[in-house]
Structure formats: C-alpha cells, structure tokens
Ligand binder design. Structure first.
Ligand code: SF4
Ligand code: SF4
Length: 119
C-alpha cells in the first residue's frame, strides 16, 4: 500500500470479508502466476548473505528506480549501503532460501549496473 485511500479500501474489505467465487479464485491465481516468479517481495528469507549484502534493500532500491522514477534517491540510498551487489561472490547460498525463485546473484548484477548509472 502506497497511499491512504489504498489502506482505507483494504480496511473496508477486511471489515466485510466474503468468500471468493470460483471464477475470482481462478482469475487471481492466474495473476499470481504471471507476477509470482522472480519478483522480490522483500521478505528477507535469503538473509544473511555471507558477504553482508542487504539483498532485499538492493532490490527495493532498484524497484524505486525503475517503477517509481526516484532515480537519484534510489542511487543515493544504494550508495550508502554497507555492502553492495558488487560484493557478491556467487556462492549461491541465497538461492535455495528464496521462496519466490528470484535469480539473486544475476539480478544483483543488473541492479548494480542500474543503481551505479552504468546502464
Ligand atoms: S550468492 Fe551472492 S548474494 Fe547470494 S548469499 Fe552468496 S554472496 Fe550473498
Ligand atoms: S530475494 Fe527472495 S528471499 Fe530475498 S527478500 Fe527477495 S523474495 Fe525474499
């Protein structure tokens, strides 16, 4: 949720829960399937990284850069991280821990390019 009206809408729905129809469930599952794989939810299950990379933070800043147009801000935040994506040793320890199938090492490399202004 990014805005107050989104919060209010969710509260309204939460106050009067109802069962979803079979058609609605099918539709939602289709959307979940399309958006599900490979998208970082910032859950943090992949942590800790032995190189100290705050993996969800990197992907969050990349998202702010790409989706919200906060390019300078995102690059500034990324620049102040204690360890950035360049520190990744490709040990792959994080991969099995991510329940959403994010290709963490390769996605980190592309996030680094963007957040360092090299793309
Ligand atoms: S592959 Fe990279 S990001 Fe993943 S745990 Fe290893 S060093 Fe950390
Ligand atoms: S990379 Fe995967 S485990 Fe790590 S925060 Fe994102 S969704 Fe969660």
């Amino acid at each position: 949720m990014m805005a107050l009206d989104e919060l209010e809408e969710n509260i309204t729905v939460g106050k009067k829960p109802r069962k979803l129809s079979a058609g609605e469930i099918k539709r939602f599952m289709g959307i979940a399937g399309e958006t599900g794989k490979g998208f970082c939810r910032n859950c943090g299950y992949c942590l800790p990284c032995p190189e100290g990379i705050p993996i969800p933070d990197v992907f969050r800043y990349e998202n702010y850069y790409r989706e919200y147009g906060l390019k300078d801000w995102a690059q500034g935040q990324y620049g102040s991280l204690p360890a950035n994506a360049q520190a990744c040793s490709d040990c792959q320890q994080c991969l099995d821990k991510c329940p959403y199938g994010v290709s963490i090492p390769s996605n980190l490399r592309s996030a680094h390019k963007i957040l360092k202004g090299k793309e």
